[in-house]
Design a protein around this ligand. Sequence first.
Ligand SMILES: [Zn+2]
Length: 419
Amino acid sequence: MVKSIKIGVFLCEFEDTTGNDKKNVAFYRNLFLGIGRETLNDYWSEISYGSVDLNGSAVNGWNLIRKTVSGFIQDVEAKYPEGQRRYGKIIQAILNNYDQADIDKYDFVITVFNGNVLDAGAQGGILANEDVANNHTFLSHEIGHLLGLGHSFDLSQRQAATWSQPGEYYNKFDIMSAMNVHSKNHTDYDWVGPRLCAPFVDKLGWMPKDRIFNFEFEPSSYGTKTIKLISMSHPEQPGILMAKIGSYTFEFRTKEGWDSAIPESAVLIHWINDGKPYLIASHSNINDQHWTEGEIWMDSNANKTNIFKSSFQVQVLDIDNENYCAEITVSYKAAKEVPIAHDPLWWLKNLPNTFKDTVLTVVSGEVELFENEKIKEVYQSLNNFAKLYLSKSVTARKADEKILEELKRIIPSTESKFK
Ligand SMILES: [Zn+2]
């Protein structure tokens, strides 16, 4: 069932701007409603995998506002408090020639100005100032806001504007970071693309459930699994469009169509935190954000010997542009259950066998290695210590601390390891 989003587009000009260059109404009808020419209708229909289109939209105008641009801005500033003036400009421009009922019949409205009203963006509608009035990338981004999406991020500390958060607007592969994205130059629509990232497509309920691979593992298990990701631009190919492992998502993007301006076909990895997707860079030192053949991503636990945390790593095995797919291999090590018990010996009993003679575990599951001839003495001492505590109810954390104390007593030279 396709949902037709009804956008009311109102083209507005002023007494002192009617002579300025402008596109005609047919241009905007094609931009919003056209089919098959990289229009906004095409964009949202394709991005949503056929869940929505813009066929319910209408373009109204050009409407003359009988004021100068500056007179209009003054009116809005007098009527609306700071913080609501974007909305004020969108609505007041329409109400100059229409009624509230003409606004209410749409899901949302976009006011396109021929003239500089000193702002652009979304606030209860979309304000398309003259400089972005034909900009597909800008309009797609703002429509994304009205559909309920926030901005996307990467994990860098970069700030795109003084008021933006670190990393905000720095997912160059996602329309919700526009205007700081890999968009392509377009003869009619200034800039076009890129696509919406997979976690956002999923958030809007558009990712077909049978195209999502949910990677789950049994406790205490380990192994590898190879899966094939289909390019998000090729849903006609059967297979997985998005993989999920815990709070991470994986997608494959090919350099074509809306994604023509991405550097190359590549796998993208997002970390979902508090509902927001953060793009994980392959080479954060040079802000290289995409993953190509042979590259390996490790989650933050993968290089630690912590037996109480799951860890995994993902390698891009193959990128196959001809068949629009990428192979990735997931290697995983599932967590052991964290003991809530009171048996300090648990740590010793549950260590991997290969470590038994040389390893002790200390504090919250972090394994410390000891290359020390006193290891037997330590082991013995711990055994004695453990026996003392077996009958008492102490928390695992407390047991850890006691073990630590004991270790420090027996092997003073290793003290520096415990900080
Ligand atoms: Zn925005």
